[in-house]
Design a protein around this ligand. Structure first.
Ligand code: UGA
Length: 435
Protein backbone atom coordinates (compact mmCIF):
# COMPACT_ATOMS: atom_id res chain seq x y z
CA UNK A 1 0.00 0.00 0.00
CA UNK A 2 1.25 3.49 -0.86
CA UNK A 3 0.99 6.16 1.79
CA UNK A 4 1.81 9.88 1.79
CA UNK A 5 2.23 11.73 5.08
CA UNK A 6 1.84 15.50 5.00
CA UNK A 7 3.92 17.18 7.69
CA UNK A 8 7.12 15.82 9.22
CA UNK A 9 6.54 17.14 12.73
CA UNK A 10 6.38 14.82 15.67
CA UNK A 11 3.24 12.85 14.78
CA UNK A 12 3.89 12.81 11.04
CA UNK A 13 7.41 11.54 11.38
CA UNK A 14 6.66 8.85 13.95
CA UNK A 15 3.62 7.67 11.97
CA UNK A 16 5.53 7.66 8.68
CA UNK A 17 8.45 5.72 10.09
CA UNK A 18 6.23 3.17 11.87
CA UNK A 19 3.88 2.68 8.89
CA UNK A 20 6.88 2.00 6.67
CA UNK A 21 8.05 -0.50 9.26
CA UNK A 22 4.67 -2.26 8.84
CA UNK A 23 5.75 -2.82 5.22
CA UNK A 24 3.94 0.05 3.49
CA UNK A 25 5.61 2.30 0.95
CA UNK A 26 5.67 5.70 2.65
CA UNK A 27 6.62 9.16 1.42
CA UNK A 28 6.81 11.91 4.05
CA UNK A 29 6.23 15.35 2.58
CA UNK A 30 7.17 18.70 4.05
CA UNK A 31 7.29 22.24 2.70
CA UNK A 32 10.56 22.98 4.46
CA UNK A 33 13.40 21.92 2.09
CA UNK A 34 15.95 22.03 4.93
CA UNK A 35 13.92 19.49 6.90
CA UNK A 36 13.56 17.19 3.89
CA UNK A 37 17.25 17.48 3.19
CA UNK A 38 18.17 16.63 6.80
CA UNK A 39 15.75 13.68 6.93
CA UNK A 40 17.02 12.36 3.61
CA UNK A 41 20.45 12.27 5.24
CA UNK A 42 19.05 10.35 8.20
CA UNK A 43 19.01 13.33 10.59
CA UNK A 44 15.95 13.40 12.83
CA UNK A 45 15.12 16.93 14.04
CA UNK A 46 13.45 15.77 17.27
CA UNK A 47 14.64 13.64 20.14
CA UNK A 48 12.60 10.45 20.31
CA UNK A 49 14.21 7.23 21.53
CA UNK A 50 14.61 4.65 18.74
CA UNK A 51 13.28 6.85 15.94
CA UNK A 52 16.56 7.52 14.14
CA UNK A 53 17.45 3.81 13.93
CA UNK A 54 14.00 2.77 12.74
CA UNK A 55 14.04 5.54 10.15
CA UNK A 56 17.45 4.49 8.83
CA UNK A 57 16.35 0.85 8.62
CA UNK A 58 13.27 1.62 6.57
CA UNK A 59 15.03 4.10 4.29
CA UNK A 60 17.61 1.43 3.60
CA UNK A 61 14.90 -1.12 2.86
CA UNK A 62 13.50 1.31 0.27
CA UNK A 63 10.12 1.67 1.97
CA UNK A 64 10.54 5.18 3.37
CA UNK A 65 11.45 8.40 1.61
CA UNK A 66 11.20 12.16 2.12
CA UNK A 67 10.13 14.65 -0.47
CA UNK A 68 9.13 18.24 -1.08
CA UNK A 69 7.13 17.18 -4.13
CA UNK A 70 3.61 17.25 -2.74
CA UNK A 71 1.78 16.51 -5.99
CA UNK A 72 3.63 13.37 -6.98
CA UNK A 73 3.55 11.91 -3.44
CA UNK A 74 -0.22 12.49 -3.18
CA UNK A 75 -1.16 11.43 -6.69
CA UNK A 76 0.33 7.96 -6.32
CA UNK A 77 -0.91 7.35 -2.74
CA UNK A 78 -3.81 5.13 -1.68
CA UNK A 79 -4.02 6.98 1.63
CA UNK A 80 -2.80 10.49 2.47
CA UNK A 81 -2.35 11.37 6.14
CA UNK A 82 -2.60 14.99 7.22
CA UNK A 83 -0.24 15.38 10.18
CA UNK A 84 0.39 19.12 10.20
CA UNK A 85 0.42 21.26 13.33
CA UNK A 86 -2.75 22.62 14.96
CA UNK A 87 -1.28 25.20 17.37
CA UNK A 88 -3.47 27.17 19.75
CA UNK A 89 -4.71 30.21 17.88
CA UNK A 90 -3.47 33.42 19.43
CA UNK A 91 -6.07 35.15 21.52
CA UNK A 92 -9.01 32.72 21.58
CA UNK A 93 -7.67 29.31 22.63
CA UNK A 94 -9.01 27.65 19.51
CA UNK A 95 -7.01 25.16 17.45
CA UNK A 96 -5.57 26.95 14.43
CA UNK A 97 -6.62 24.89 11.39
CA UNK A 98 -4.91 26.96 8.72
CA UNK A 99 -2.31 24.28 7.98
CA UNK A 100 -4.91 21.49 7.92
CA UNK A 101 -7.08 23.31 5.38
CA UNK A 102 -4.12 24.36 3.26
CA UNK A 103 -3.01 20.73 3.15
CA UNK A 104 -6.57 19.61 2.28
CA UNK A 105 -6.78 21.98 -0.67
CA UNK A 106 -3.38 20.99 -1.96
CA UNK A 107 -4.31 17.33 -1.64
CA UNK A 108 -7.55 18.05 -3.51
CA UNK A 109 -5.62 19.50 -6.40
CA UNK A 110 -3.19 16.56 -6.53
CA UNK A 111 -5.49 13.55 -6.09
CA UNK A 112 -5.70 10.96 -8.86
CA UNK A 113 -7.66 7.72 -8.44
CA UNK A 114 -9.52 6.71 -5.27
CA UNK A 115 -7.73 8.13 -2.23
CA UNK A 116 -8.54 8.18 1.46
CA UNK A 117 -7.58 11.48 3.10
CA UNK A 118 -6.90 10.73 6.74
CA UNK A 119 -6.60 13.41 9.42
CA UNK A 120 -4.12 12.53 12.14
CA UNK A 121 -3.74 16.05 13.50
CA UNK A 122 -5.93 16.75 16.54
CA UNK A 123 -8.87 18.69 15.14
CA UNK A 124 -12.20 19.93 16.51
CA UNK A 125 -15.42 18.12 15.71
CA UNK A 126 -16.56 19.04 12.22
CA UNK A 127 -13.09 19.58 10.75
CA UNK A 128 -13.13 16.42 8.67
CA UNK A 129 -16.44 17.44 7.14
CA UNK A 130 -14.84 20.78 6.25
CA UNK A 131 -11.77 19.00 4.84
CA UNK A 132 -14.14 17.04 2.59
CA UNK A 133 -15.94 20.21 1.52
CA UNK A 134 -12.68 21.99 0.68
CA UNK A 135 -11.33 19.10 -1.37
CA UNK A 136 -14.58 18.97 -3.34
CA UNK A 137 -14.46 22.72 -3.87
CA UNK A 138 -11.02 22.64 -5.50
CA UNK A 139 -11.61 19.35 -7.35
CA UNK A 140 -15.29 18.45 -7.82
CA UNK A 141 -14.38 15.23 -9.68
CA UNK A 142 -11.99 13.90 -7.04
CA UNK A 143 -12.64 10.28 -6.05
CA UNK A 144 -11.96 10.26 -2.32
CA UNK A 145 -13.21 9.75 1.22
CA UNK A 146 -12.09 11.46 4.37
CA UNK A 147 -11.25 9.62 7.60
CA UNK A 148 -10.27 10.65 11.11
CA UNK A 149 -7.48 8.69 12.77
CA UNK A 150 -6.43 10.49 15.95
CA UNK A 151 -3.06 9.72 17.46
CA UNK A 152 -2.43 8.68 21.06
CA UNK A 153 1.37 8.72 21.07
CA UNK A 154 3.26 9.84 24.13
CA UNK A 155 6.49 11.67 23.50
CA UNK A 156 9.39 9.57 24.67
CA UNK A 157 7.43 6.33 24.14
CA UNK A 158 6.00 7.08 20.72
CA UNK A 159 7.28 4.09 18.77
CA UNK A 160 6.07 1.62 21.34
CA UNK A 161 2.72 3.41 21.53
CA UNK A 162 2.38 3.20 17.75
CA UNK A 163 3.42 -0.46 17.49
CA UNK A 164 1.56 -1.62 20.61
CA UNK A 165 -1.41 0.72 20.96
CA UNK A 166 -4.17 0.28 23.53
CA UNK A 167 -6.48 0.87 20.56
CA UNK A 168 -6.62 2.46 17.13
CA UNK A 169 -9.50 4.84 16.50
CA UNK A 170 -10.76 5.20 12.96
CA UNK A 171 -13.61 7.54 12.06
CA UNK A 172 -15.04 6.96 8.59
CA UNK A 173 -18.04 7.82 6.49
CA UNK A 174 -17.88 4.89 4.05
CA UNK A 175 -17.14 1.17 4.02
CA UNK A 176 -14.59 1.72 1.31
CA UNK A 177 -12.54 4.08 3.51
CA UNK A 178 -12.84 1.65 6.43
CA UNK A 179 -11.38 -1.10 4.21
CA UNK A 180 -8.39 1.05 3.23
CA UNK A 181 -7.66 1.88 6.87
CA UNK A 182 -8.05 -1.78 7.79
CA UNK A 183 -5.26 -2.46 5.26
CA UNK A 184 -3.11 0.30 6.74
CA UNK A 185 -3.39 -1.19 10.23
CA UNK A 186 -3.56 -4.87 9.22
CA UNK A 187 -0.26 -5.72 11.00
CA UNK A 188 -1.94 -4.61 14.25
CA UNK A 189 -5.13 -6.60 13.54
CA UNK A 190 -2.93 -9.64 13.24
CA UNK A 191 -1.62 -9.02 16.73
CA UNK A 192 -5.15 -8.46 17.98
CA UNK A 193 -5.10 -4.82 19.02
CA UNK A 194 -8.59 -3.35 19.12
CA UNK A 195 -9.60 -1.06 16.27
CA UNK A 196 -12.52 1.19 17.16
CA UNK A 197 -14.42 2.18 14.02
CA UNK A 198 -16.72 5.18 14.48
CA UNK A 199 -18.27 8.02 12.56
CA UNK A 200 -16.06 11.04 11.82
CA UNK A 201 -17.38 13.26 14.60
CA UNK A 202 -17.02 10.64 17.32
CA UNK A 203 -13.42 9.93 16.36
CA UNK A 204 -12.64 13.63 16.53
CA UNK A 205 -14.28 13.85 19.95
CA UNK A 206 -12.52 10.74 21.33
CA UNK A 207 -9.16 12.43 21.05
CA UNK A 208 -10.17 15.58 22.94
CA UNK A 209 -12.13 13.63 25.53
CA UNK A 210 -9.20 11.26 26.17
CA UNK A 211 -6.64 14.03 26.60
CA UNK A 212 -8.95 16.18 28.72
CA UNK A 213 -9.71 13.19 30.92
CA UNK A 214 -6.01 12.41 31.44
CA UNK A 215 -5.31 16.08 32.20
CA UNK A 216 -8.21 15.95 34.67
CA UNK A 217 -6.84 12.86 36.38
CA UNK A 218 -3.41 14.46 36.85
CA UNK A 219 -4.93 17.70 38.05
CA UNK A 220 -7.22 15.89 40.46
CA UNK A 221 -4.29 14.18 42.15
CA UNK A 222 -2.35 17.45 42.17
CA UNK A 223 -5.21 19.11 44.01
CA UNK A 224 -5.46 16.18 46.43
CA UNK A 225 -1.68 16.56 46.95
CA UNK A 226 -2.11 20.17 48.04
CA UNK A 227 -4.77 19.07 50.51
CA UNK A 228 -2.57 16.21 51.76
CA UNK A 229 0.08 18.78 52.71
CA UNK A 230 -2.46 20.71 54.76
CA UNK A 231 -3.93 17.73 56.59
CA UNK A 232 -0.82 15.62 57.04
CA UNK A 233 -1.49 12.84 54.51
CA UNK A 234 0.93 11.35 51.96
CA UNK A 235 -0.27 11.62 48.36
CA UNK A 236 1.91 8.71 47.22
CA UNK A 237 0.08 6.42 49.59
CA UNK A 238 -3.24 7.98 48.66
CA UNK A 239 -2.65 7.52 44.94
CA UNK A 240 -1.54 3.92 45.44
CA UNK A 241 -4.60 3.21 47.53
CA UNK A 242 -6.86 4.81 44.93
CA UNK A 243 -5.10 3.45 41.86
CA UNK A 244 -5.39 -0.20 42.90
CA UNK A 245 -9.12 0.15 42.35
CA UNK A 246 -9.38 -1.14 38.77
CA UNK A 247 -12.09 1.37 38.00
CA UNK A 248 -9.61 4.16 38.74
CA UNK A 249 -6.27 2.67 37.70
CA UNK A 250 -2.83 3.75 38.86
CA UNK A 251 -1.68 5.55 35.71
CA UNK A 252 -1.59 9.35 35.45
CA UNK A 253 -2.05 9.58 39.17
CA UNK A 254 1.43 10.90 40.01
CA UNK A 255 1.39 14.28 41.68
CA UNK A 256 3.89 16.76 40.30
CA UNK A 257 4.47 20.35 39.21
CA UNK A 258 1.49 20.41 36.81
CA UNK A 259 1.03 18.94 33.34
CA UNK A 260 2.67 20.53 30.32
CA UNK A 261 3.68 19.57 26.81
CA UNK A 262 2.39 20.09 23.34
CA UNK A 263 -0.93 18.30 23.85
CA UNK A 264 -2.76 18.62 27.17
CA UNK A 265 -2.56 22.43 27.45
CA UNK A 266 -3.52 22.91 23.79
CA UNK A 267 -6.26 20.29 23.72
CA UNK A 268 -7.93 21.27 27.01
CA UNK A 269 -8.00 24.85 25.83
CA UNK A 270 -9.46 23.84 22.45
CA UNK A 271 -12.09 21.62 24.12
CA UNK A 272 -13.11 24.45 26.42
CA UNK A 273 -13.48 26.67 23.39
CA UNK A 274 -15.48 24.07 21.45
CA UNK A 275 -17.81 23.79 24.47
CA UNK A 276 -18.30 27.53 24.70
CA UNK A 277 -19.09 27.80 21.03
CA UNK A 278 -21.54 24.91 21.20
CA UNK A 279 -23.33 26.53 24.15
CA UNK A 280 -22.22 23.67 26.40
CA UNK A 281 -19.38 24.98 28.58
CA UNK A 282 -16.91 22.31 29.63
CA UNK A 283 -16.84 23.31 33.29
CA UNK A 284 -14.61 20.48 34.45
CA UNK A 285 -12.03 21.09 31.74
CA UNK A 286 -12.06 24.82 32.44
CA UNK A 287 -11.46 24.14 36.14
CA UNK A 288 -8.64 21.74 35.25
CA UNK A 289 -6.87 24.43 33.22
CA UNK A 290 -7.24 26.92 36.04
CA UNK A 291 -6.08 24.50 38.75
CA UNK A 292 -3.10 23.42 36.64
CA UNK A 293 -1.96 27.05 36.42
CA UNK A 294 -2.25 27.32 40.19
CA UNK A 295 -0.31 24.07 40.66
CA UNK A 296 2.61 25.51 38.72
CA UNK A 297 2.52 28.73 40.75
CA UNK A 298 2.28 26.76 43.98
CA UNK A 299 5.65 25.21 43.10
CA UNK A 300 7.21 28.69 43.05
CA UNK A 301 5.92 29.35 46.58
CA UNK A 302 7.30 26.00 47.69
CA UNK A 303 10.78 26.96 46.52
CA UNK A 304 10.58 30.41 48.07
CA UNK A 305 9.53 28.86 51.41
CA UNK A 306 12.33 26.33 51.17
CA UNK A 307 14.79 29.18 50.70
CA UNK A 308 13.57 30.99 53.80
CA UNK A 309 11.23 33.51 52.16
CA UNK A 310 13.43 35.32 49.65
CA UNK A 311 15.56 34.39 46.67
CA UNK A 312 17.91 37.31 46.11
CA UNK A 313 21.05 35.65 47.47
CA UNK A 314 20.19 32.09 46.48
CA UNK A 315 21.98 29.84 44.02
CA UNK A 316 19.41 27.31 42.85
CA UNK A 317 20.24 24.25 40.77
CA UNK A 318 17.38 22.85 38.71
CA UNK A 319 17.38 19.26 37.46
CA UNK A 320 15.24 18.84 34.34
CA UNK A 321 13.39 21.52 32.39
CA UNK A 322 11.69 19.60 29.56
CA UNK A 323 7.98 18.96 30.19
CA UNK A 324 8.77 15.31 30.89
CA UNK A 325 11.74 12.95 30.50
CA UNK A 326 12.97 11.45 27.20
CA UNK A 327 12.04 14.41 25.09
CA UNK A 328 13.65 17.70 24.15
CA UNK A 329 10.21 19.32 24.03
CA UNK A 330 9.84 22.44 26.15
CA UNK A 331 6.34 23.42 25.04
CA UNK A 332 4.28 24.56 28.02
CA UNK A 333 6.76 22.91 30.38
CA UNK A 334 6.20 23.88 34.04
CA UNK A 335 9.84 25.09 33.99
CA UNK A 336 8.74 27.97 31.75
CA UNK A 337 6.52 29.30 34.55
CA UNK A 338 8.70 28.38 37.51
CA UNK A 339 12.23 29.35 36.40
CA UNK A 340 11.49 32.90 35.18
CA UNK A 341 9.82 33.57 38.55
CA UNK A 342 12.95 32.43 40.40
CA UNK A 343 15.22 34.48 38.14
CA UNK A 344 12.86 37.46 38.45
CA UNK A 345 13.14 37.33 42.23
CA UNK A 346 16.92 37.54 42.05
CA UNK A 347 18.02 33.91 42.33
CA UNK A 348 21.04 32.63 40.42
CA UNK A 349 19.57 29.67 38.54
CA UNK A 350 21.66 26.79 37.20
CA UNK A 351 20.11 24.18 34.94
CA UNK A 352 21.00 20.62 34.04
CA UNK A 353 18.91 18.76 31.43
CA UNK A 354 20.05 15.93 29.15
CA UNK A 355 18.16 17.22 26.08
CA UNK A 356 16.52 20.53 27.00
CA UNK A 357 19.36 22.94 26.39
CA UNK A 358 18.94 23.45 22.63
CA UNK A 359 15.41 24.82 23.01
CA UNK A 360 15.77 25.96 26.58
CA UNK A 361 18.58 28.41 25.92
CA UNK A 362 16.24 30.84 24.18
CA UNK A 363 13.18 30.11 26.30
CA UNK A 364 14.88 30.51 29.67
CA UNK A 365 16.96 33.68 29.61
CA UNK A 366 19.16 34.42 32.59
CA UNK A 367 19.95 30.83 33.62
CA UNK A 368 23.32 29.07 33.36
CA UNK A 369 23.57 25.61 31.78
CA UNK A 370 25.65 22.73 33.13
CA UNK A 371 26.19 19.16 31.97
CA UNK A 372 27.28 17.65 35.24
CA UNK A 373 24.72 17.57 38.07
CA UNK A 374 27.37 17.69 40.81
CA UNK A 375 29.39 20.50 39.29
CA UNK A 376 26.16 22.50 38.91
CA UNK A 377 25.43 22.00 42.61
CA UNK A 378 28.69 23.56 43.79
CA UNK A 379 27.88 26.30 46.27
CA UNK A 380 24.12 25.95 45.66
CA UNK A 381 21.65 26.83 48.39
CA UNK A 382 18.79 24.74 46.99
CA UNK A 383 18.25 21.95 44.47
CA UNK A 384 14.99 21.49 42.57
CA UNK A 385 14.11 18.21 40.94
CA UNK A 386 11.69 19.29 38.23
CA UNK A 387 11.71 16.60 35.51
CA UNK A 388 12.25 12.95 36.40
CA UNK A 389 14.96 12.02 33.87
CA UNK A 390 16.54 8.67 34.78
CA UNK A 391 19.87 10.35 35.49
CA UNK A 392 18.22 12.39 38.25
CA UNK A 393 16.45 9.44 39.86
CA UNK A 394 19.55 8.01 41.46
CA UNK A 395 21.74 10.98 42.25
CA UNK A 396 24.45 10.38 44.85
CA UNK A 397 22.71 12.48 47.46
CA UNK A 398 25.63 12.55 49.92
CA UNK A 399 27.94 13.78 47.15
CA UNK A 400 25.35 16.37 46.18
CA UNK A 401 24.83 17.69 49.69
CA UNK A 402 28.62 17.91 50.16
CA UNK A 403 28.85 20.16 47.14
CA UNK A 404 26.07 22.47 48.21
CA UNK A 405 26.46 25.45 50.48
CA UNK A 406 23.07 24.84 52.05
CA UNK A 407 21.78 21.34 51.25
CA UNK A 408 18.05 21.84 50.65
CA UNK A 409 15.90 20.06 48.11
CA UNK A 410 12.51 20.58 46.49
CA UNK A 411 11.63 17.24 44.90
CA UNK A 412 8.70 18.19 42.70
CA UNK A 413 8.27 14.65 41.31
CA UNK A 414 8.37 12.78 44.64
CA UNK A 415 11.30 10.65 43.50
CA UNK A 416 13.25 10.42 46.73
CA UNK A 417 12.53 8.95 50.10
CA UNK A 418 12.44 11.85 52.60
CA UNK A 419 14.39 9.88 55.22
CA UNK A 420 17.13 8.92 52.75
CA UNK A 421 17.50 12.56 51.66
CA UNK A 422 17.85 13.73 55.24
CA UNK A 423 20.29 10.90 56.03
CA UNK A 424 22.41 12.09 53.08
CA UNK A 425 22.94 15.43 54.78
CA UNK A 426 20.08 17.56 53.47
CA UNK A 427 18.86 19.92 56.15
CA UNK A 428 15.55 20.46 54.44
CA UNK A 429 13.51 18.48 51.94
CA UNK A 430 10.11 19.31 50.49
CA UNK A 431 8.13 17.33 47.95
CA UNK A 432 4.59 17.37 46.58
CA UNK A 433 1.70 16.20 48.73
CA UNK A 434 3.83 14.76 51.48
CA UNK A 435 3.67 16.74 54.69
C1 UGA B 1 -0.22 12.98 25.76
C2 UGA B 1 -1.05 11.69 25.89
O1 UGA B 1 -0.56 10.91 26.98
C3 UGA B 1 -0.97 10.88 24.61
O2 UGA B 1 -1.83 9.75 24.70
C4 UGA B 1 -1.43 11.77 23.44
O3 UGA B 1 -1.34 11.10 22.20
C5 UGA B 1 -0.55 13.00 23.37
O4 UGA B 1 -0.67 13.71 24.61
C6 UGA B 1 -1.05 13.83 22.22
O5 UGA B 1 -2.19 14.35 22.29
O6 UGA B 1 -0.39 13.87 21.18
P1 UGA B 1 2.40 13.59 26.00
O7 UGA B 1 1.94 15.02 25.99
O8 UGA B 1 3.51 13.19 25.12
O9 UGA B 1 1.15 12.61 25.62
O10 UGA B 1 2.86 13.26 27.47
P2 UGA B 1 2.26 12.55 28.76
O11 UGA B 1 3.11 11.38 29.09
O12 UGA B 1 0.82 12.31 28.62
O13 UGA B 1 2.53 13.68 29.87
C7 UGA B 1 1.85 14.93 29.82
C8 UGA B 1 2.15 15.76 31.05
O14 UGA B 1 1.52 15.20 32.20
C9 UGA B 1 3.63 15.86 31.40
O15 UGA B 1 3.89 17.20 31.79
C10 UGA B 1 3.79 14.91 32.58
O16 UGA B 1 4.85 15.25 33.42
C11 UGA B 1 2.45 15.08 33.26
N1 UGA B 1 2.07 13.92 34.10
C12 UGA B 1 1.78 12.73 33.54
C13 UGA B 1 1.97 14.09 35.47
O17 UGA B 1 2.24 15.20 36.02
N2 UGA B 1 1.57 13.04 36.23
C14 UGA B 1 1.26 11.84 35.70
O18 UGA B 1 0.89 10.91 36.45
C15 UGA B 1 1.38 11.68 34.32
Amino acid sequence: MKIAIIGTGYVGLVSGVCLSDFGHEVVCVDKDPAKIDALTHGKVPIYEPGLEDLLARNVEAGRLSFSGDFASAVSSADAVFIAVGTPTRRGDGHADLTFVYEAAEEIGRAITGYTVVVTKSTVPVGTNAEVERRIKAVNPDADFDVASNPEFLREGAAIDDFMRPDRVVVGVSSERAADVLADVYRPLYLRDFPIVVTDLESAEMIKYAANAFLATKITFINEIAALCERVGADVKQVSRGMGLDNRIGNKFLHAGPGYGGSCFPKDTSALARIGQEAGMPMRITEAVMDVNDRVKRRMIDKVIDLCGGQLSDQRIVVYGVTFKPNTDDMRDAPSLTILPALVGQGAEVRVVDPEGRREGETLLPGVTWFDDPYEAATGATAAILLTEWNEFRALDLARLSDRMETPRMADLRNIYDPDAVKAAGFAEYVSVGRA
